[in-house]
Unconditional design. Sequence first.
Length: 278
Amino acid sequence: MTRIFLILALILGAAQVWAQEQPDPRLIRAADDVALAYVVTGDPEVDETSEAGLRGISQVLAARTTVEPGEPIGLDLDRDDLSLLTFLYWPVTDGQPSPSPQAYVRLNHFLRSGGMILFDTRDGDIAGLGGPDGAAALKRLAAPLDIPPLAPVPRDHVLTRTFYLLQDFPGRYQGRDIWAEAPPADAAAAEGVPFRSLNDGVSPVVIGGNSWAEAWAMDENGLPMFSVGSSLDGERQREMAYRFGVNLIMYVMTGNYKSDQVHVPALLDRLRQEEAIR
């Protein structure tokens, strides 16, 4: 009888391990659909805005490019596997708890294997509309991550020309620097940077505070959910926010080979021709 119980226990244990190793069908569908993902913060309003924002920029991508993302997916960092995904929007809030140590292991693997996190502190309201100050929360949440040295994105960065030619990166707010991986001092230094070799030159993180999800957010009827900028130039700013979102996702998905200027004109011409046909 003891042997029977032991065998049953071994069988049940093996079944539990097997079940834990199976990818979540929800995440498999998201990967197949090239869905954009966001971190669930626990704040219902912020989470709903993240979903609406990624839905909106997904629709813009489908209408203007050859990328057609599926429905956005919200991730519980303490539970969900990130390995099948490429892009993660992380809105920073004061109240969200730090992920578990195991979650940070998964996050660091995600960053090292080609994934990108867009941290949005949502505090870029230089017009005085009362946005939050997310610097302290960002520092707390990002501290356990293996993030390379960062620097403000320069005017000649690949992000400024992956699809649209951009001079800045507005969201609901504008005028603040955004930060990405700092360029190496020289080519020899680049060979020693693991993120650069593993991520095809794509920065594993981009950090800013322009509240992009609010600028991108669309309701079920495809209508904008939040005002953007001033009444005089708001829609123009929203359009530029869409363009930043398009550039960002194209940058994540295609890598840094477009920094070779020989390829840039041909790529842009092809993509714009496809956009015109649509």
